[in-house]
Design a binder for this molecule. Sequence first.
Ligand SMILES: Cc1ncc(C[n+]2csc(CCOP(=O)(O)OP(=O)(O)O)c2C)c(N)n1
Ligand SMILES: [Mg+2]
Length: 320
Amino acid sequence: MIELSEEILLKIYFRMNQARYFEEKVDYLFSRGLVHGTTHLAMGQEASAVASCMALEEGDLVSLTHRGHAQAIGFGLDVNRMMAEFLGKANGYCKGKGGSMHIADVENGNLGANGVVGGGFALSCGAALTQKYKETGKAVLCFAGDGATNEGSFHESLNLASVWKLPVVFFIENNGYGMSTPIKKHMNIDKIADRSQSYDIPGLTLDGNDFLEVYNVTTKALRYARAGKGPVLIESKTYRYNGHSKSDAQVYRSKEEVAEWKKKDPILKMKNYLLNRRIMTEEQIEALEVEAKNSIEAAYQFAKESPEPEITSVLDDVYA
Ligand SMILES: Cc1ncc(C[n+]2csc(CCOP(=O)(O)OP(=O)(O)O)c2C)c(N)n1
Ligand SMILES: [Mg+2]
């Protein structure tokens, strides 16, 4: 077990709460037609997304999924610029042209969220090859969903990463579904981590709602990758509370199933940990939650008051 400092613990709890409030706000804004396009919420997946990012070191890189808001907040992106991106403002992360599925900050190591399922695998291998070639000693944390592991690019990327011993950790957020399809209907194995065996790399399954387990396993995997030993496959078992995206009647699952998972809520679980270990008092926890909530309200105000992009910039940064 790796000991977590109080500073890291509080950071994880703060960012998990920020991610939850951010998505509640985004959900509200979408429902009122204030944001265009679609969005994929990851409420319920916060420990998986945030605690794994907290295992990163300065200079490590990440690639995110279409369900990437909590991952981006876990990585430490500025919620003001994220919210501005949602509202299509000029100071958003992609100058207001990317929206929910394209939050990127390449200069600081976030290779971007990706609307292409499985789009991050090969991209992460390329970035990992750069780290190896330049001997930076850094690693790449590549997020993907359970459904994405059925894509050809998953298998091609794991194969090359294994052969070339690339410093990349493939972090699969197994939330039980690919859109409306339960995992039992899209693969014949119980553990996605078993897919690592085909490529002779370590594969681990963990409780994605347990921030401690997520942090510990990801820290060790990233150390392994940075040490030049090659890639690792992590399967993080978790659950999304909301539908797949904005229009989803959720006829493929029961209310009872959702309720069962809510009992295992990652934020609640961490709160109990902090209380039971007497790391924080109820009052301190509440103050942190209020601070996280206020940061999202402030982000919304920032985004609302931010300028629209100039009409003359419409073709800037367009590559194809
Ligand atoms: C290449 C590609 N195929 C299909 C889609 C449509 N699509 C968007 S999300 C999704 C499901 C992905 O499931 P999973 O990888 O488990 O991620 P989750 O949505 O559960 O986080 C699909 C099929 C897409 N965006 N890209
Ligand atoms: Mg899924």
